[in-house]
Design a protein around this ligand. Structure first.
Ligand SMILES: [Zn+2]
Length: 133
């Protein structure tokens, strides 16, 4: 789906932070952000919440058949990360091969170019993770 340039720019600050939401009633944190706390429903009070971007590997897999646009990056490591604050997020682990990564390894978020195949020349950035040694 294409976005206008204006919309893309407006979103950039959010792309450089791992922004989710928190329910002030039960304390649960959510990424991606949710408008309604699934636990508290209408009683929940949702506020913006910025994650530290640090966590550990919960599970991982090696991707050798990539989605469109990522053909040049295979093989790569794709993992579920358990963030220190509690939410789980899926993301690529950069600068590491599958053999380098183990469940429980510490990781931190990095912001990297995802693809640049847009006819308008826009470069899309998103979050990925790297090992913390
Ligand atoms: Zn809640």
């Amino acid at each position: 789906m294409k976005e206008s340039i204006a919309l893309t720019w407006r979103r950039i600050p959010h792309r450089y932070r791992l922004e989710g939401t928190k329910c002030e009633v039960c304390g649960n944190v959510y990424f991606p952000p949710r408008n309604v706390c699934p636990k508290c429903r209408s009683k929940g009070k949702i506020v913006p919440f910025t994650f530290s971007g640090k966590g550990k590997v919960y599970s991982l897999t090696e991707i050798s058949v990539p989605p469109t646009g990522l053909e040049r990056q295979v093989p790569y490591v794709f993992a579920i990360i358990e963030l220190d604050e509690g939410a789980r997020v899926a993301g690529q682990i950069v600068d590491a091969s599958y053999e380098d990564v183990s469940i429980g390894d510490r990781v931190e978020v990095v912001f990297r170019k995802i693809q640049q195949d847009d006819p308008e020349g826009l470069i899309h950035y998103g979050f990925k993770f790297r090992l913390v040694k």
